[in-house]
Design a protein around this ligand. Structure first.
Ligand code: SF4
Ligand code: SF4
Length: 503
């Protein structure tokens, strides 16, 4: 039986305006027209980019491997539809910088013709290692936004004898409701994915065998999703579905683990080290499709919303679809767009334009109008400490910001800058409209850049020192050889003089 922490704790957080109602009530749209071209970045996950195995001009089928994963933390990339590869080159990334990233361009042929897939008639007969291998080969990564390779997490769960699998159905970011709709409409498939994940984490070692239970945690603002998931999980004693309070950022891993299990993940540790692992509901759905039907991860449900969107919706799109095509489909008024955001408004990334592709991390695309953006009229800090009380990481945002303003980055690091998760609660609550989270994002980037520069200069110094030592050794050797040569010559001359004296 699952046991729950009796006095659940939530640290910080805010009740952000939800903006979900209209979109959450609409069924998932599955008839998005097949794009003529798909722009598929090779880096859609945490870790090393995938390495292409196809050539320009090659014909590919839907689901075919386009690029294999490099190293342990990486994920392969597959063809979202059938067609011809027309380019492998640098294209703008769906990132605030829109810096170029290696991308495969696929011209679709309109046939959407599948490759032959590996169906598992009874997937529960597969051994756990085989399940995580298939999950990895399907390119599945965390679809809650983290994009960490799922197979690696399953392996860590197995190796660390994890006893609790949390399925994150909180979807706490405003506007986003793709997970909500997925749970309402495809609950049985998600629960099947959860069971397969449990199987994938099973440690079959008889001595250390632990029984792993799953908890599906859903915020209480999604009652239909909760009912559907409870009904789907009912036959399985190993899976419990619970409601959790609606409070941003309830979906942050550490917050959710603390709430569900009462355990605190120590700083610098992974949750699997304390017996807990956490996956998103969309990830469980992708596992179901990969193991049952052999389908790699080719697309996802994306929430398209915001004041500039005339037809907001949750729509199934293939990875590589341009955001501009999504905007056309959802009848976005381009003149009204003040900001485009990929993800939610609190932690999402502002994009410079809509000519960028959707990727595995794209849970939502928001086209926000000026009236939806926070007032940027910054006022002096009134030391109300509201930012401190809402910080889920237990930090003092006002002190960190003060240190950053006077360029004391080390002092900001000393009081926790690296523990900031950029959730934006402090900025959201600040009555003086101080863009605190922007200070922290800037400073974190600066700290990383400085560390890299320092590492580079240390490496350079090491190389110079090694070269100087080598040169010194060579000079010393030359001096010794010269002395030996002089001594040998003197000896020869002495012997010669002795011989001449004898004569
Ligand atoms: S919430 Fe804003 S005004 Fe209040 S202490 Fe923090 S930074 Fe200052
Ligand atoms: S952005 Fe950072 S400092 Fe601000 S509330 Fe979130 S974790 Fe705390």
């Amino acid at each position: 039986m699952l046991s729950f922490f009796k006095t659940p704790r939530i640290r910080g957080g805010v009740h952000a305006e939800e903006h979900k109602t209209a979109t959450a009530a609409l069924p998932i749209v599955s008839n998005f027209p097949l794009p003529k071209k798909l722009y598929i970045p090779l880096q859609q996950h945490v870790g090393k980019p995938a390495e292409p195995i196809i050539m320009v001009g090659e014909k590919v089928l839907k689901g075919q491997l386009l690029a294999y994963s490099q190293g342990l933390i990486s994920a392969p990339v597959h063809a979202p539809s059938s067609g011809i590869i027309v380019d492998v080159n640098d294209y703008p990334a769906p990132h605030p910088s829109a810096l170029p990233i290696r991308t495969i361009v696929l011209e679709t042929d309109g046939m959407d013709e599948w490759m032959e897939t590996q169906v598992a008639p009874d997937p529960f007969k597969l051994n756990p290692e085989e399940i995580s291998f298939r999950v990895g080969a399907a390119g599945i990564v965390g679809l809650g936004g983290a994009t960490f390779p799922t197979a690696v997490k399953l392996n860590m769960g197995r190796e660390n004898h994890v006893d609790t699998l949390i399925i994150n159905g909180s979807e706490c970011e405003p506007y986003l409701c793709c997970d909500d709709r997925l749970m309402q409409e495809r609950a049985e498939q998600i629960i099947d994915g959860v069971r397969l994940m449990l199987r994938g984490m099973e440690n079959t070692d008889a001595i250390n065998r632990v029984s792993t239970n799953a908890v599906v945690a859903i915020e209480d603002n999604k009652p239909q999703a909760y009912v559907a998931m409870r009904a789907a999980a009912e036959p399985y004693a190993q899976i419990k579905v619970i409601q959790i309070p609606t409070r941003y950022p309830m979906g942050w891993d550490r917050q959710l683990i603390r709430y569900v299990t009462g355990k605190e993940v120590p700083v610098g540790c992974r949750s699997s080290e304390i017996g807990v692992t956490i996956h998103n509901v969309g990830t469980a759905y992708a596992v179901h499709k990969a193991i049952r039907y052999g389908q790699p991860l080719l697309g996802r449900v994306v929430t398209v919303a915001g004041g500039a969107v005339k037809r907001p919706m949750n729509v199934e799109v293939l990875f590589g679809t341009l955001i501009s095509e999504l905007f056309d489909f959802c009848e976005v008024n381009k003149e009204e767009i003040a900001r485009i955001i990929m993800g939610g408004p609190m932690m999402g990334d502002s994009l410079p334009h809509a000519g960028l592709p959707t990727v595995k991390a794209t849970s939502g695309i928001l086209a926000l109008t000026q009236s939806e953006l926070k007032n940027t009229d910054e006022q002096p800090c009134i030391r109300c400490a509201s930012c401190v009380s809402v910080c889920p990481a237990g930090l003092r945002p006002l002190d960190m910001a003060n240190n950053i303003r006077i360029n004391q980055l080390d002092a900001a690091v000393d009081i926790g800058l690296k523990d900031c998760i950029s959730c934006g609660c402090c900025s959201y609550i600040c009555p003086s409209n101080i863009p605190l989270v922007q200070h922290f994002k800037y400073a974190s980037g600066e700290v990383v850049a400085r560390q890299q520069a320092q590492h580079k200069s240390e490496q350079t110094k090491k190389l110079i020192d090694a070269r100087n030592a080598r040169m010194e050794r060579i000079a010393q050797q030359q001096r010794e050889e010269e002395l030996a040569r002089i001594a040998a010559k003197a000896e020869r001359e002495r012997l010669k003089a002795e011989q001449e004296a004898l004569v």
